[in-house]
Design a protein around this ligand. Structure first.
Ligand code: BHK
Ligand code: ZN
Length: 416
């Protein structure tokens, strides 16, 4: 009876999980306008999941276009690419195998692990326990709930002080499927706590400043990628009148909102939402940053993949007033990152370095007055994409720490 019950539960749990057997990820290289049009037409005819860029509207010539194609369309896509004379390679032969191969850091333990992709339940209990075990250096506050009612908790790292300290805001997991991102925020908190007192740079940083860390921004989406569909990107909000779920939180900020590089179609992966800050998660974060505007000196947000260090603007080709300084700091951070394992990053404004896209959090924070505003796109450049194996969590987080610490040290040095 107990065994039957167990089977029943497993069957129910498995029954909801999307599988990707035989599905492939292609990298296309459109070199003429005709190729671009063909790719956009293809996206209209069949369901294609755009990995890079994130939606067909963003496709232009001479960029890599990574798409995930369901098995039933493969024959058709091969014929289409050949007839259209579009150059391509297969990045991932079998997506289901790649999903399963992510967990190459050993079997999934019951407990939280810094070298595994932790479920939301594990991250949530980790937040509670880490905050209570280091009361002198860390405190937590709930900044609101997600659409589905999960609490969004910001951890404040820094030595307690009687006066208000300048701060850095760091968030991870804006996009649900970019799993390396929440892994980095967890790593950052661990490293900050364990190296305070021994690493002079971290000690000085946390003595003089606070770091606000939001470990998972889009919790509902993150939970959905663990339980139902690994490739989900957006929030999980619903609105009567549309059969599609969610908006892109990184198109929902009030920065040139929905003017370019975003979609007003609720079914698109880059849907900008019905209004700026329509997504409660975005509103909660924007409210928190507005409330703390006078102390927040830097805004850092972690995504994947592509190995880029981006800064404003993405909603316009115009250069930011602080362009040269932002570029200089980005170059310094990238070379610090590269010094560990040789990982190469490209830095620049979002609009020219990836694509113009309005409604992003870094542009919004910058226009609010947070000068040092950066978007990280972590490993890799496409071999695994969103399915970066767990064996790469440690090296990715270690090298990223160097870049984040470089930016933090620069901000700290220029406080007064
Ligand atoms: C970065 C900053 C502002 C607007 C867009 C971006 C690129 C980012 C996005 O929102 O499309 C790329 C991405 O998710 C992959 O992490
Ligand atoms: Zn992203």
């Amino acid at each position: 009876m107990r065994i039957l019950l167990l089977f029943g539960l497993v069957a129910v749990a498995l029954g909801d999980v999307a599988r990707f057997d035989g599905e492939k990820v292609f990298r296309l290289r459109p070199t003429i306008d005709e190729h671009v049009n063909l790719i956009k037409d293809l996206a209209k005819t069949i369901e294609v999941d755009f990995w890079k860029p994130e939606s067909p509207e963003l496709v232009t010539i001479d960029i890599d276009v990574d798409i995930h194609v369901p098995a039933k369309y493969l024959d058709m896509v091969y014929t289409y690419l050949q007839q259209g004379d579009i150059e391509y390679e297969v990045l991932i032969e079998d997506l289901q195998e790649a999903v399963e191969a992510q967990a190459d850091d050993g079997p999934t333990p019951r407990a939280h692990s810094y070298t595994k992709y932790n479920s939301w339940d594990k991250v949530q209990s980790w937040i509670a326990s880490i905050a209570s075990s280091n009361a002198n250096l860390i405190s937590k506050q709930v900044i609101g709930n997600t659409y589905e009612g999960r609490p969004m908790t910001v951890l404040k790292l820094g030595k307690k002080s009687s006066s208000t300290k300048p701060a850095i805001f760091l968030d991870c997991g804006i996009h649900a499927r970019e799993w390396i991102s929440p892994a980095f925020c967890q790593w950052f908190v661990k490293e900050a706590l364990s190296t305070y007192g021994s690493d002079s740079q971290m000690t000085s940083l946390l003595n003089q400043m606070d770091v606000f860390v939001l470990p998972v921004f889009n919790i509902d989406g993150y939970d959905y990628t663990h339980k139902s569909n690994r490739m989900w990107r957006k929030t999980r909000s619903r609105k009567s009148g549309s059969s599609c779920t969610g908006a892109d939180p990184n198109r929902n900020f009030d920065a040139g909102w929905c003017s370019m590089g975003a979609s007003s179609n609720p079914c698109s992966d880059t849907f900008c939402g019905y209004t700026p800050e329509s997504e409660i998660e975005v509103k909660n974060v924007a409210d928190f940053i507005r409330r703390n505007k006078s102390i927040i000196k830097a805004y850092l947000t972690i995504h994947s993949y592509s190995q880029l260090l981006l800064f404003p603007y993405s909603y316009t080709y115009a250069l930011a007033a602080d362009h040269s300084e932002l570029m200089e700091v980005a170059e310094g951070a990238s070379s610090a990152l590269r010094s560990l394992y040789g990982t190469r990053y490209t830095s620049g404004p979002g609009a020219t370095t990836i694509y113009p896209a309005a409604g992003g959090s870094d542009d919004w924070a910058y226009d609010l007055g947070v000068k040092y505003s950066y978007t990280f796109e972590l490993r890799d450049t496409g071999r695994y994409g969103f399915l970066l194996p767990e064996s790469q969590i440690k090296p990715t987080c270690e090298e990223t720490m160097l870049a984040v610490k470089y930016i933090a040290a620069y901000v700290q040095k220029n406080l007064y």
